[in-house]
Design a binder for this molecule. Structure first.
Ligand code: DQA
Length: 145
């Protein structure tokens, strides 16, 4: 059983990207924290970060068998209509995460075109947001009895 962690443009350089906005945790740190959260359930993490929308879409299409997904679309939150269509066809619950509190920032970040499709949205809690999303998916997906 796999959980998909999908990060969009400019999220591979976390830790070195505007740390005052996005914090000092690297993507590797986040992957380790999420993997640790889900390991008790026996889930494996598939983590993919891409700079381009098309590659993110391929990744979604290739991972329909994942149990759920955590998606930080980066700036595609504002204009990624093809990514939105890909997520609309993703069969399992997914949670949108933003490290920064987008509501406290520029007004162009105030609307995500993806959020209406998400099972939930976690904003402004930094790297912890990914862990909370993993926890939410653990709760949403019943453990096999
Ligand atoms: C972000 C917020 C987006 O507005 C921005 O374009 C990003 C990062 C976040 O995690 O806070 O790339 O998704």
């Amino acid at each position: 059983t796999t959980l998909l962690l999908l990060n969009g443009p400019n999220l591979g350089i976390l830790g070195r990207r505007q740390p005052e906005v996005y914090g000092t945790a690297t993507l590797a740190d986040i992957e380790a924290a999420v993997a640790a959260r889900i390991s008790d359930r026996g889930w494996k993490l598939v983590s993919v970060q891409r700079e381009s929308e098309g590659e993110l879409i391929h990744t979604i299409q290739d991972n329909y068998d994942s149990i759920g997904a955590i998606v930080n679309p980066g700036a595609l939150m504002m204009y990624g209509w093809s990514l939105r269509d890909a997520l609309a066809n993703y069969p399992n619950p997914w949670i949108e995460v933003h490290l920064s509190n987008v509501w406290a920032r520029e007004s162009f970040r105030h609307e995500s075109i993806l959020s209406a499709l998400a099972r939930g949205v976690i904003v402004g809690l930094g790297a912890l947001g990914y862990e909370l999303a993993a926890q939410a998916l653990l709760d949403l997906v019943p453990a096999p009895s």
